[in-house]
Design a protein around this ligand. Structure first.
Ligand code: ASP
Length: 276
């Protein structure tokens, strides 16, 4: 949640619940804490506004996130990341510690061999011979799966899972498990799952860049995604793509590579899959 709201939440304890949300919407023209802080960006609010904020704060879901990285034996890392989010005090667990947590949570660990398919081994060998492994994605980058979703109440979620870059050094961590780089979600704003050459996405704090551009600069989700991929990352020298959704279910899927496997569906009947 927004830092200023977190800062303000203690003094709210015990304040009388006053203005109903509908009146607040009418008075301020806002419906979320994010709206209020965006429209009235100041450090202190009146007592009445604080009370209203407290009420909104209860209704506006706090952004909750967690990730895992550098795991070698977890079949579905997003399940584990979710468990970290729901059951631990932490946001990011890596390596052996993440797998120990998985065992405590009764996950079944698989041998690392499980991930070695003939196709991926061939890609690794091609890469090591200096050959390009795919026409669709940049060299040394392949295999990320991402999802973003908005539920009927407007709650947003993003998840990204990857084997990382082909032929990477042991110990390398890409953008996918880094909150704000490959993955970010904030209720009322948007959810983003991105991929590409992770080093660039980390440097650009890519997924957060999109959300911040929407939240603080008023760009549409489409404009923010375009700016990130076609200007910010281009200037850094990185290619990639992203999928994103906002709080009313608008979907954006954009990329600066030759193609990106992608699909979308919504309650209004949109059903779409595409590569180019
Ligand atoms: N984004 C991933 C990474 O840098 C690579 C990929 O596209 O799979 O780890």
């Amino acid at each position: 949640m927004l830092p200023c709201v977190a800062t303000l939440s203690d003094p709210l304890d015990g304040l009388i619940p006053a203005t109903p949300r509908s009146q607040l919407e009418k008075a301020f023209g806002i419906s979320t804490v994010g709206d209020l802080v965006r429209h009235y960006p100041r450090r202190y609010y009146t007592r009445g506004e604080l009370t209203d904020l407290a009420r909104l704060h209860e209704q506006d879901h706090v952004t909750v996130m967690a990730r895992v990285a550098s795991v070698r034996h977890i079949r579905n890392p997003i399940d584990l990341a979710r468990r970290v989010m729901e059951k631990s005090r932490h946001v990011l667990l890596v390596g052996a510690g993440a797998e120990e947590f998985a065992l405590e949570e009764h996950f079944t660990l698989v041998p690392n061999q499980y991930f070695r398919t003939a196709e991926r081994m061939e890609q690794l060998e091609s890469e090591q011979r200096g050959e390009r492994v795919s026409d669709l994605v940049p060299p040394t980058s392949q295999g990320t799966v991402g999802a973003v979703a908005c539920d009927a109440a407007g709650n947003l979620a993003a998840a990204t899972s990857t084997g990382g870059m082909t032929n990477k050094r042991p110990g390398r961590v890409g953008d996918s498990p880094i909150i704000g780089a490959g993955t970010y979600a904030k209720n009322g704003i948007c959810a983003v799952s991105a991929t590409g050459h992770g080093e660039y996405f980390i440097r650009a704090v890519a997924a957060h860049h999109v959300c911040a551009a929407v939240e603080y600069r008023g760009l549409t989700l489409e404009q923010a995604a375009h700016e990130l991929l076609h200007r910010v990352l281009r200037e850094l020298g990185g290619d990639g793509g992203l999928i994103a959704i906002d709080g009313v279910g608008r979907i954006v899927m954009d990329f600066s590579t030759e193609g990106m496997f992608r699909g979308a569906r919504d309650a209004a009947g949109r059903r779409e899959i595409a590569i180019y």
